[in-house]
Ligand binder design. Structure first.
Ligand SMILES: Nc1nc2c(ncn2[C@@H]2O[C@H](COP(=O)(O)OP(=O)(O)OP(=O)(O)O)[C@@H](O)[C@H]2O)c(=O)[nH]1
Ligand SMILES: [Mg+2]
Length: 360
């Protein structure tokens, strides 16, 4: 499961700077099933201190982290949805991503042109969202015309699709994003099938200056209103670029200077995981310690598909222990003799930080 996130925003807001910083964290591609990587696509490892600690405990030869793919596209401008600039073409590049990272310029810098010549993050968010809405509207109208032509009055499923499409059209026409108005599973499924951009999860990246960051910059009500309850991360892209190239010691120094616990990229990557509703479980042994991705609520046989597609069918039982308990015990064998290891069946719901051994 390669998760992907598309980076959008107005021109000159720091998207490519963010992307460059992310790709500096690029994982060794050989470990991953990609033959060619587009220059605008970067695969980054999800930082995970549990993998490091467990690998040390098990004396693993290899460590494998989960990954996220980021796609950088050119800046969108007003009218992008109608083909203004290159926007439309670029929007097509992010149709298939799992979530959108929307970069917003908060930093002021006379030397870097803002296309509307004023720094107004809330308005910028609305401009981009309107373009996404217009793109979706085009998709929905196209499908609606097709469905109306083909639907015979008796077909229940087709009629329900028609009703949903009409609702989508109305929502988009009122300049609202689909995400806030879909509840029923048929609606969610159709939005996914059509790859509607405004149905996707969003993380706003508020790109502040280093000075604003050091001064403890905060969002105001106006901006929060534009963010509309979605997740956001505050960071400074030039600083992230420096951090991504710094040694561990230098990085520590920077973080102390800015009085922050972790880099903006680490925050972003972890937040992406949460936003996408994902959990990480682990396997550990002498060969490798590895993090795997599952969806929140997955029963263990389904989660085990990440390891091998056959595992869901062949699953008999599993031994499970929380990573911290395992680490404190010092070894798998100790947890067994102490009775800390849990044997679970097919109904166990995979938990964040479970270390598992699947029996097939
Ligand atoms: N002062 C300042 N400059 C920045 C910041 N982020 C990016 N820049 C500069 O702004 C310019 C544009 O940055 P990019 O990252 O290329 O912007 P972009 O969003 O990819 O722009 P497009 O690809 O044209 O849409 C570059 O000169 C960056 O160095 C920032 O946080 N502060
Ligand atoms: Mg760019």
């Amino acid at each position: 499961m390669a998760l992907s996130i598309g980076i959008v925003g107005l021109p000159n807001v720091g998207k490519s700077t963010l992307f460059k910083a992310l790709t500096n964290k690029q994982v060794d591609i050989q470990n991953y099933p990609f033959t060619t990587i587009d220059p605008n696509v970067g695969v980054v490892a999800v930082p995970d201190e549990r993998v490091d600690a467990l690998a040390l405990m098990s004396g693993s030869k290899k460590k494998v982290y989960t990954t996220i793919e980021f796609v950088d596209i050119a800046g969108l401008v007003k009218g992008a949805a109608e083909g203004e600039g290159l926007g439309n073409k670029f929007l097509a590049n992010i149709r298939e991503v799992d979530a959108i990272a929307h970069v917003v310029r908060v930093f002021d810098d006379k030397n870097i042109t803002h296309i509307h010549n004023k720094i107004d993050p809330a308005e910028d968010i609305d401009i981009i969202n309107t373009e996404l809405i217009l793109t979706d509207l085009e998709t929905v109208i196209k499908r609606l015309e097709k469905s109306e032509k083909e639907t015979k009055s008796e077909n229940k499923k087709a009629l329900s699709e028609l009703a949903i499409l009409k609702k989508f059209k109305e929502t988009l026409n009122s300049n609202f994003m689909i995400y806030h108005s879909i509840i029923k599973s048929e609606e969610i499924d159709l939005a996914k099938e059509l790859n509607l951009l405004t149905a996707k999860k969003v993380i706003y990246i508020l790109n502040v200056s280093e000075k604003q960051l050091a001064d403890g910059w905060q969002t105001d009500d106006n901006l929060l209103k534009a963010i509309n309850g979605r997740e956001y991360v505050v960071l400074s892209t030039p600083l992230e670029l420096i951090l991504s190239e710094a040694t561990q010691d230098e990085k520590k120094e920077y973080l102390t200077t800015f009085n922050i616990k972790e880099s903006g990229l680490d925050k972003l990557i972890k937040q992406s995981y949460r936003t996408l509703g994902l959990v990480t479980f682990l396997t550990t042994g002498e060969d490798e310690t590895r993090a795997w991705t599952a969806h929140i609520g997955d029963p263990i046989p389904k989660a085990a598909r990440a390891i091998h597609t056959d595992f869901e069918k062949l699953f008999i039982r599993a031994e499970v222990i929380n990573w911290k308990t395992l680490l404190e015990s010092g070894a798998w064998s100790v947890t067994r003799s102490k009775g800390l290891l849990k044997t679970v069946g097919r109904d166990h719901i995979i938990q964040e930080g479970d270390v598992v051994e699947i029996k097939i």
